[in-house]
Design a protein. Structure first.
Length: 134
C-alpha cells in the first residue's frame, strides 16, 4: 500500500521522469560507498532533483502535458507563456545537461573529442575495407 501511494505521488508530480528516481538513488548509494563520505552528497541530490525537474518540464513541453506530471506541467506552462516553445525547450534541455554534468561529472569537451575521434577512425576503417573489396 505504501509503495503504491509513493509510486502514485511521484508519477503524478514528475510524470515519466519519475522512473529515473531508482537509478539516481542507486547512483548516489554507489557514490557514497565509493567515497565513504557525505561531502558533496547534497550537491548530487540537488543535481538529481534539477535533472528530474528539467526532464519533466521538457517532456511536458514537447509531449502531452501529463508526460511531465504536475510539476512539469507547471514549469512548461510558465515557460510557454513567458518564453515560447523553442526557448522553453532549449532552457529545459540546457538545465538538464548542466545538472547531468554536475551529477555524473561529464566533461563535454572530452566526450565530443572522443566521439569525433571514434567516428573518424570508423570512417577510415570503412574506407580501407571498401578499397579492399573494390
Amino acid at each position: 500500500a505504501f509503495g503504491r501511494s509513493l509510486r502514485g505521488f511521484f508519477l503524478d508530480n514528475l510524470g515519466s521522469s519519475s522512473y529515473g528516481i531508482p537509478f539516481l538513488i542507486f547512483y548516489d548509494l554507489l557514490w557514497y560507498a565509493r567515497t565513504k563520505t557525505t561531502k558533496g552528497l547534497w550537491t548530487l541530490v540537488l543535481a538529481a532533483m534539477a535533472s528530474l525537474l528539467s526532464l519533466s518540464a521538457f517532456l511536458s513541453t514537447v509531449g502531452p502535458l501529463m508526460w511531465g506530471g504536475l510539476l512539469g506541467k507547471s514549469l512548461s506552462y510558465f515557460g510557454l507563456k513567458h518564453l515560447g516553445m523553442p526557448m522553453s525547450c532549449l532552457i529545459s534541455l540546457i538545465l538538464l545537461l548542466l545538472s547531468l554534468q554536475v551529477l555524473f561529472e561529464i566533461s563535454w569537451f572530452k566526450l565530443i573529442f572522443r566521439t569525433t575521434r571514434l567516428v573518424i577512425e570508423d570512417y577510415r576503417k570503412w574506407r580501407d575495407s571498401r578499397k579492399e573489396v573494390l
